[in-house]
Design a protein around this ligand. Structure first.
Ligand SMILES: Nc1ncnc2c1ncn2[C@@H]1O[C@H](COP(=O)(O)OP(=O)(O)O)[C@@H](O)[C@H]1O
Ligand SMILES: Nc1ncnc2c1ncn2[C@H]1C[C@H](O)[C@@H](COP(=O)(O)O)O1
Length: 207
């Protein structure tokens, strides 16, 4: 069983991924943000570093999907924090449409993505955390990564629009949308239980 948690920056993916992995006693696969050699430079100068960052994320996410494939042979459950689909359909697409990634770089990137995607298994469940801008902003502030301090509201807004478009057309498997605007699964165990019940009901027909 493989659940992938998707959503905008600060939606609460990592926090939920850790909690679900603990609850189900499954393996968790997180993004390696701290060792990313381009992320800080990217936030300082997006046009300069957009292509480098996207290739880096694409490759690291692809390697992660192959590790997940291996692990699934052992029947161990997996919780994944963000997917390779988001790199291409959300982030790279947004950079191109915002004029921050040149057309030839974007086409080059897409060609690489299309070569890789045939080797990627979709998750059994895609869990989309939907969050409005005030929730995203407050949680990004709460996390307080210095290079994210200058993220513009407009950037998050465009990403949210891409998420909504992509989720509407998602057809690789089961999909669960959870509105997290009024959920606090950090401090309220009942809010976590609500999500777990939804997952059980979607995946196993329980409740
Ligand atoms: N539903 C929630 N309610 C309250 N705080 C949350 C919630 N989800 C996440 N947080 C907090 O918001 C911050 C960002 O969450 P994080 O899991 O890192 O988001 P993401 O991985 O989606 O970028 C963290 O400080 C986390 O503790
Ligand atoms: N593909 C990506 N392009 C640009 N930025 C990305 C991409 N994937 C992740 N990011 C950024 C967004 C955040 O600043 C960090 C971590 O993501 P988070 O949603 O907080 O887990 O990386």
């Amino acid at each position: 069983m493989h659940i992938a948690i998707v959503g905008n920056i600060g939606a609460g993916k990592t926090t939920l991924a850790n909690k679900l992995a603990h609850h189900f006693n499954w393996e968790v696969f997180l993004e390696d943000v701290d060792h990313n050699p381009y992320l800080k430079d990217f936030y300082d100068d997006m046009p300069r570093w957009a292509f480098h960052l996207q290739v880096y994320f694409l490759n690291s996410r692809f390697q992660q999907t192959q590790r997940i494939k291996q692990l699934q042979k052992t029947n161990k459950g997996v919780i994944q924090d963000r997917t390779i689909y988001e790199d291409a359909h959300i982030f790279a697409a947004n950079l191109n449409q915002s004029g921050l990634m040149a057309e030839r770089d974007y086409q080059n990137y897409l060609s690489l993505f299309n070569s890789m995607i045939s080797m990627v298994n979709p998750p059994d469940l895609l869990l989309y955390l939907r969050a409005d801008l005030p929730k995203l902003v407050s949680q990004i502030e709460k996390r307080n990564r210095d290079y994210e301090n200058n993220i513009k509201i407009e950037y998050l807004k465009h990403l949210n629009e891409h998420y909504e478009d992509w989720i509407r057309s998602y057809d690789h498997g089961r999909l669960l949308i959870v509105d997290v605007n009024n959920l606090d699964y950090v401090n309220n165990p009942e809010d976590l239980s609500v999500i777990i019940e939804k997952i059980n009901s979607t995946l196993f027909g329980l409740f």
